[in-house]
Design a protein around this ligand. Structure first.
Ligand code: ATP
Length: 119
């Protein structure tokens, strides 16, 4: 890490400290209790390399995208790779650097005049 970046992080830490916060616990500081428990479970599996498949269900507007963006920010801040994909382009637009899964992974789509896509 270069000197300028270190100095900036020290200044940020000082500002956070004066508000009783720290960079160490900043990533999930604004999540609700329910979001935090999901966040911790997923982040643990990422950092331990355990991996896994998680499905997040919730009514519209309950904070799924917010949680996803927090996970994305945490993982990217450690310079790890995140591939943000969604099944539709509308959903992909809501994600940072989001793309459709079929575009990212070159999933073949056999389309004909009778193809439909249920949303
Ligand atoms: N922990 C939080 N702190 C502050 N704002 C939050 C939090 N969680 C969600 N929000 C806000 O609530 C609103 C709805 O959240 P979000 O868009 O993540 O919901 P969603 O479940 O993804 O919705 P949809 O299913 O309709 O896409 C957004 O404005 C988001 O910024």
């Amino acid at each position: 890490m270069n000197d300028r970046k270190t100095l900036c992080l020290i200044e940020v830490e000082k500002l956070l400290h004066s508000n009783g916060k720290s960079q160490k616990n900043l990533n999930n500081a604004n999540l609700t209790q329910e979001q935090s428990s999901v966040y911790n479970r997923i982040i643990d599996s990422v950092w331990t390399g355990a991996g896994g498949f998680f499905s997040l269900y919730g009514y519209g507007g309950t904070g799924k995208t917010f949680l996803w963006n927090s996970l994305y920010a945490t993982i990217r801040s450690k310079c790890s790779i995140v591939l943000n994909v969604a099944s539709s382009c509308i959903a992909a637009l809501l994600l940072p650097e989001g793309r459709t899964a079929h575009s990212t992974f070159a999933i073949p789509f056999l389309l004909n005049e009778e193809s439909t896509f249920d949303i």
